[in-house]
Design a protein around this ligand. Structure first.
Ligand SMILES: [Zn+2]
Length: 356
């Protein structure tokens, strides 16, 4: 592994990083191909601990959290609150497991209710496919991918034991902890109910998956689905820029100096992706599936057909989200094909070049 690659993964190493002011970063392991760890943040005071995000309910994560808290002088029973940024399994499920034993209080953004309901329908088999984004593949023009889903559904993550939080957190709620006040800011896009926890006095933001330093978060990859996920996400990025700049404490990746700097990079990334999608429509690609195949993916500019099935489903859904933003901006039109697929085209009489 090169030095650059080693540095890129350094944040995943077992550690308790002291960020000052009683705040500590604790990376917990994940059994996923792409993401190797999720950061939880411990906010400590003499009486106990509050945790931002909880990690995934696997033995290795629970053991690592136990050891990290022990180093700080606490046990799992000293955790008062799990303040969770969003409903994804790598952030939420360990909180549910630990609450059973320790009666810890769980908070989650109130707009995640739709995802909680959709998750239960998926578990109970009443909602169709068990892989997010799969039910829309026909509409996205990707019918040829549907037949391959059964293997993924057999091997995909299990969604058991989903339970409601103790508190559904409203946008703008101020959470008074012992040493600081955190404001929950609703930042939909990655999921419908994602919140970041902003400490303006200390100039830090617990950003969950809304702003990540090394990767672009997936958009609308959630049980309830959200066709407007990218429009929501771009609005949430703008909202983050309207808040004071802060140190970025992300759920995946190292702590960095500026939320604003990274938000501007993410906005530039999506501008470029929107332009690529518009170019593909101009070249005659009509369905989200066709457009996704016409553009390059990941930092390494990979071909769509070289991605694994799970990544292809995400790519088609993300492409659709970009096309919907172009639709809202009047740069493309949409109609439905006889087999129910979305077809995007340039508006009559234009070459699709945006008028700024
Ligand atoms: Zn995550």
């Amino acid at each position: 592994m090169s030095h650059a690659a080693a540095d890129r993964h350094a944040w995943t190493e077992p550690a308790v990083e002291d960020l000052g002011g009683g705040v500590h970063r604790i990376p917990l392991p994940l059994p996923l191909d792409g993401l190797k760890a999720v950061n939880v943040y411990a906010i400590t005071d003499p009486g106990g601990v509050d945790l931002i995000d909880a990690g995934m309910a696997i033995v290795a994560a629970r053991e690592r959290l136990t050891e990290a808290l022990r180093q700080l002088g606490y046990g799992l029973g000293d955790v008062r609150n799990f303040l969770v940024t969003h409903i994804h399994i790598d952030h939420y499920s360990l909180a549910v497991e630990l609450r059973r034993e320790f009666r810890t209080l769980i908070s989650l953004g109130e707009d995640e209710r739709a995802n909680m309901i959709a998750t239960r329908e998926m578990i109970n088999g009443t909602g169709g496919h068990r892989v997010f984004g799969a039910e829309s593949l026909r509409r996205l023009g990707a019918t040829e991918m549907i037949g391959r889903l059964s293997t993924l559904e057999r091997n995909g993550p299990m969604f058991t034991d989903w339970e409601d939080p103790d508190r559904w957190v409203a946008d703008g709620a101020d959470l008074d902890l012992r040493t600081r006040t955190l404001r929950a800011v609703h930042t939909p896009g990655h999921t419908l109910g994602h919140v970041v926890y902003h400490d303006a006095a200390s100039e830090i933001m617990f950003a969950g998956d809304h702003v990540l330093p090394h990767i672009t978060p997936s958009i609308g990859f959630e049980p309830a689905g959200n066709r407007m996920a990218l429009r929501d996400y771009l609005s949430s990025l703008a909202r983050t820029l309207a808040l004071p700049d802060a140190r970025l404490l992300p759920a995946h990746g190292p702590v960095t100096g500026s939320t604003h700097e990274r938000v501007n990079e993410l906005l530039a990334h999506h501008d470029a992706r929107l332009a690529e999608a518009a170019d593909a429509v101009r070249a005659g690609h009509a369905t989200p599936f066709e457009v996704a195949r016409a553009i390059k993916w990941t930092r390494r500019q990979r071909l769509f057909d070289d991605l694994d099935l799970f990544a292809r489903i995400q790519a088609v859904n993300e492409t659709a989200a970009h096309l919907e933003v172009l639709l809202v901006r009047g740069q493309v039109t949409r109609e439905t094909s006889p087999v129910g697929a979305d077809l995007y085209q340039l508006p009559d009489g234009t070459d699709g070049v945006s008028q700024r």
